[in-house]
Design a protein around this ligand. Structure first.
Ligand code: KIV
Ligand code: ZN
Length: 395
């Protein structure tokens, strides 16, 4: 959200690709209705650009992009197209109803991709960049160009292609880490280098797009922003090809919580993150890992006695953001074998019990014995053992 302390130059645009790169992850297919619901949620939470699909890929993808383009109120609706006129024409048709539509066209620029995948000489790839961006610009003035496998691309060639794409009319330049190979320092330096060397670099917005093969997608995305990129491509729950993409909820909250060292801001309403995560998980049938940052069910849960004691004294002892800030009702103190007296007493108060000191001690011993045997100790278990303790004391 905009506040007086935010300056426009630090605004980072969020480009969500849950419905395109996310849906490409094996087994994450969504139905048409599910896609519409996810797109509506993304739009409501303040995503700037929704990459709604790959229109040439199938009739279903085309229909989803087309209907999302018709319905979306605020966000730019984007479709993906390879470097082929038929892809771009189909994409243009799909985004036509959008209030604001974007064509995202890409071609590989790394030696390994050009030689083995495309089987094209670099000069031919260069020509394709110019031809495809020019074609896309006939349909919309919002054109994004991506150099697939950008982080393994030779620097001179990368700069030549970026310059040509901007000259042909690309307004966003995405340098993807397609195979999750880069590191934060390297990605930071890459953006600095390209922005310094390409003469018309200031005419385009630069974008990061990171995969998580080495578990660095979020760190790399933030490093790219520090290097001058102002668009992050990401997905809800980090779903995506292979190990996934940078997780939207993580990049957004990193910039909010650590604004001291990451002085950037987005238009995302973070209180909607948990709902969006649940929706995407249900639509894709991909469970969210329990310890997932921000949206995992343990992200605001504490079991150890030391942590529970700290939390009962002050929540900032073990939480760096409030659960409410990401749409979780409250912190949970999970009762288990690591819980201590303080948390146990707190739980009894919550359940409405007032015990004498000796009863409390006996009940605590019983609770510990139970917790050693049982993985989950529910409120009902505690009620049962306290009731038993009270009954024994009355005998
Ligand atoms: O990972 C990648 O390179 C992509 C491109 C299509 C942007 O998803
Ligand atoms: Zn990707």
């Amino acid at each position: 959200m905009t506040t007086s302390s935010h300056s426009e130059k630090d605004r980072v645009v969020i480009f969500d690709t849950t419905l395109r790169d996310g849906e490409q992850s094996p087994g994450a297919t969504m139905t048409h209705e599910e896609k519409l619901e996810v797109a509506e949620t993304l739009d409501q939470m303040g995503v700037d650009i929704i990459e709604a699909g790959f229109p040439i890929a199938s009739e279903g993808d085309f229909a989803a992009v087309h209907e999302i383009a018709q319905r979306t109120k605020n966000a730019v609706v984007c479709g993906l197209a390879r470097a082929a006129f038929k892809d771009i024409d189909r994409c243009a048709e799909a985004i036509k109803p959008a209030k604001r539509g974007r064509i995202h066209t890409f071609i590989s620029t790394s030696p390994v991709h050009m030689k083995w995948k495309l089987q094209m000489e670099p000069d031919k790839v260069y020509e394709a960049v110019v031809a495809q961006v020019t074609r896309a610009r006939n349909y919309t003035d919002d054109v994004e160009w991506s150099c697939e496998d950008g982080t393994r691309t030779e620097h001179d060639f990368l700069c030549r292609c970026v310059e040509a794409a901007i000259k042909a009319g690309a307004t966003t330049i995405n340098i993807p880490d397609t195979v999750g190979y880069t590191t934060p320092d390297e990605y930071f330096a890459l953006f600095q280098m390209v922005r310094e060397r390409v003469p018309n670099a200031d005419q385009a917005r630069f974008s990061v797009h990171c995969h998580d093969d080495l578990g660095m997608a979020v760190a790399n995305s933030l490093a790219g922003v520090r290097g001058g990129a102002r668009q992050i491509e990401c997905t809800i729950n980090g779903i995506g090809e292979r190990a996934g993409n940078a997780a939207l909820e993580e990049v957004v909250m990193a910039m909010k919580v650590r604004s001291d060292v990451l002085p950037f801001w987005t238009g995302i309403d973070a209180t909607r993150l948990t709902r969006a995560s649940k929706l995407v998980s249900a639509a894709t049938s991909f469970p969210v890992q329990y310890n997932k940052a921000i949206v995992g069910r343990n992200a605001f849960a504490h079991e150890s006695g030391i942590h529970q004691d700290g939390m009962l004294k002050h929540t900032q002892t073990y939480e760096i953001m409030t659960p409410e800030s990401v749409g979780v009702k409250q912190t949970s103190l999970v009762m288990g074998k690591h819980s201590g007296r303080h948390a146990f007493m707190h739980k009894l108060q919550e359940l409405g019990y007032e015990l004498a000191a000796n009863q409390l001690e006996d009940a605590f011993i019983r609770f510990k014995a139970l917790a050693d045997r049982k993985k989950h100790v529910y409120d009902e278990d505690i009620e049962a053992l306290v009731d038993e303790e009270i009954a024994t004391a009355q005998d």
